[in-house]
Design a binder for this molecule. Structure first.
Ligand SMILES: *[C@@H]1O[C@H](CO)[C@@H](O)[C@H](O)[C@H]1NC(C)=O
Ligand SMILES: *[C@@H]1O[C@H](CO)[C@@H](O)[C@H](O)[C@H]1NC(C)=O
Length: 615
């Protein structure tokens, strides 16, 4: 979590709605039960169980291991195994671990403390690989407050990095909104916040040095540390590397003197949303947007840098990233499953309104002083505003409460697609999405239920696998079944809007999000991919840091598509045959309604497709 984010499920809301008479209007009920709800929301949520370890070994000495992501499931639902795992605590131990793998040409992959990427980036493939965890490489190496430079080990969690920088009076100008990810992991997948000013919102734009451990010939001891300064040409490969070049040991960031921000959320009609998308990023340094398609609203985030002398000690403790009672999570999920299976559009759309209303009511978790919200703007220091994620900092409480997506309980389970469209094309893309929405607005309630589609600005980068143009990133979160091949209500509109982005508007997928099909041909959209592969061949000629998955994604060998029965239901392929959907459940492979080249699993009768020109 990915990576990051504004639009995650809100279990209380869902748990609450499960008790409702479905005829009742949610707004009235919220009004009626407001004190009760606030009580539930504020009760004991500061602590909870931290997320489980992504690397688990059953054999002695960290052998017979599995690695997963923080959600407990990769897009293809396979289990990833490895022969053993190491947890180096120093760079010397890291070099030894890489040398050992290189000497025997063993596959090796890096896992992080929480492993937030949805795709299988942390999986070495097969059963005989090794996992190197950066969990214990989490120290600050040096801080030079006068020069604004900070060097940290790659396994440092963003939360701790922000804290350490702030202690020296420094601020990382941009970051993802979720701080439970490591600096090494977030760089590898190109993670970003939102903004076009200056160097923009991608964290890798603030990297001025890196140390990476790569394989080496026997004569050099099988592994070397490569130190890359700001002018080193390879830095453009190593900054965003998908983890295929080696293990990043240290990262040096160019920080700024601590500053303050002023944040206001403003909900408006979506009638001029398409046009606004082209200008909003120019108006506000940290501006973003969240689109609620069914409601026809956009929540504009007005967010700007202001002088540190401005009064205010605001805090962002985003509601979706707080710990939740296990009971609420289980109830929320049960309700979602019930609505998916047996609910109708009316029931689904009714419950979809609740999370947004509750988040708005509580200013999304922003407070003016760390405790209370008294009104916009919220003014606060960058380190208290830029990111949040209190559910990871929780004390162990025997799983009474946890992060919303904790895989140890049957909690809300979701897909997250993230893709970037060049800024010049977003008005047309959004207009097409609105066209699709207008054909059947109720089909979009599932997106409203997850707080809408989050839009964040990202600037063009010199990083070979960074954005090649100024772009707008769209984060789409939606229901996922625990059962493989289970159909979802209105999955066709999600499939169509994803294919619209990738097919018609040349979108590129976020490396750490998405389902398999999104990566098909993605690498061909990167003009500097060839440069990246040259560095890869030099750094790791035997490809020990490459896996089947990375080879597929980088276009080296094979395809990320897994074609077979029901593959399109799981997002493993785009359907080309009814068997790729679920014909036995009434889902057939049909052309899309707005983007006719798309192929989606739909319950629409075949005849409807012939009418599409009239629509
Ligand atoms: C991991 O397993 C491989 C192959 O079985 C072995 O050569 C290597 O020494 C092991 N590494 C660790 C750190 O246990
Ligand atoms: C490093 O990780 C350990 C174990 O999770 C933790 O206790 C410690 O606070 C972390 N160090 C820093 C500097 O964040």
């Amino acid at each position: 979590m990915p990576c990051h984010h504004h639009n995650l499920p809100y279990p209380f809301a869902l748990a609450f709605i499960s008790c409702l008479d479905q005829q009742a209007r949610p707004m009235e009920l919220i009004g009626m039960h407001k004190p009760l709800l606030l009580l539930i929301i504020m009760a004991g949520l500061a602590s909870g169980s931290p997320p489980p370890e992504p690397v688990a070994c059953t054999g002695r000495g960290n052998t017979d291991c599995t690695v997963t992501n923080t959600y407990g499931s990769f897009p293809d639902r396979t289990i990833c195994r490895a022969a053993n795992a190491t947890f180096p605590t120093t760079e010397a131990e890291l070099v030894a671990a890489v040398a050992s793998a290189a000497a025997s040409k063993r596959k090796v992959k890096v896992a992080t403390k929480h492993s937030h990427s949805f795709p299988k980036l942390a999986c070495p493939g097969g059963r005989s690989g090794t996992i190197i965890s950066t969990e214990r490489l989490n120290r600050t190496v040096s801080v030079d407050a006068a020069k604004g430079l900070m060097t940290v080990e790659s396994g440092m969690v963003l939360r701790d990095l922000i804290k350490a920088a702030a202690a020296a009076g420094l601020a990382l100008p941009h970051s993802p909104y979720w701080y439970g990810i490591t600096i090494g992991g977030l760089l590898a997948t190109g993670a970003h916040g939102s903004g076009l000013w200056g160097k923009g919102s991608a964290v890798h734009e603030y990297v001025v040095g890196m140390r990476i451990v790569t394989p080496a010939p026997a004569s050099e001891g099988w592994a070397v540390v490569r130190e890359l300064g700001v002018d080193h040409p390879d830095l453009d490969a190593v900054k965003v590397s998908l983890g295929v070049l080696g293990v990043v040991s240290q990262v040096t960031l160019a920080l700024q003197p601590m500053f303050k921000r002023s944040v206001t959320f403003e909900k408006r009609d979506d009638t001029d949303f398409a046009a606004q998308s082209a200008v909003w990023g120019g108006l506000h340094e940290f501006g973003d947007m969240a689109w609620l398609p069914r409601q026809g609203k956009v929540i504009y985030r007005k967010d700007d840098r202001i002088p540190v002398s401005t009064p205010g000690n605001g805090l962002n403790d985003y509601i979706g990233f707080r710990a939740n009672p296990t009971l609420a999570l289980i109830t929320a999920r049960a309700t979602e499953e019930h609505l998916e299976k047996d609910g109708d559009d009316i029931a689904r759309c009714l419950s979809a309104r609740v999370p947004g209303a509750l988040f708005e009511l509580q200013a999304y978790g922003f407070t003016n002083d760390g405790s209370f919200f008294t009104g916009y703007p919220v003014v606060g220091f960058q380190n208290r505003i830029q990111a949040s994620g209190t559910c990871i900092g929780s004390r162990e409480d025997g799983l009474l409460s946890s992060c919303t997506w904790d895989p140890r309980i049957r909690s809300p389970f979701f897909y997250q697609s993230g893709f970037s469209v060049a800024l010049s094309k977003t008005p047309a893309f959004i207009a097409d999405m609105q066209k699709l929405r207008d054909l059947n607005p109720r089909a979009f309630c599932g997106l409203d239920a997850k707080l809408g589609i989050l839009l964040r600005y990202v600037k063009a980068s010199s990083a070979y696998l960074g954005k090649s143009e100024d772009s707008l990133d769209f984060d789409v979160t939606y229901y996922r079944s625990y059962t493989e091949g289970e159909t979802r209500a209105h999955s066709d509109v999600i499939d169509e809007l994803e294919q619209l982005a990738f097919g018609k508007y040349g979108a590129v997928p976020h490396w750490g999000k998405n389902r398999n099909f999104a990566f098909t041909g993605a690498i061909t959209k990167y003009p500097k991919a060839g440069e990246f592969l040259k560095v890869k061949d030099r750094y790791d000629p035997d490809g020990i840091f490459s896996s089947e998955w990375s080879d597929q994604v980088l276009g080296i060998k094979g395809s990320p598509n897994v074609v077979g029965k029901g593959c399109a239901i799981e997002g493993l392929c785009v359907c080309s045959d009814d068997s790729h959907c679920a014909p036995e459940k009434g889902y057939f492979c049909r052309p899309g309604l707005v983007y006719q080249k798309s192929r989606v699993c739909s319950t629409r009768p075949a005849a409807t497709t012939d009418l599409r020109d009239e629509l």
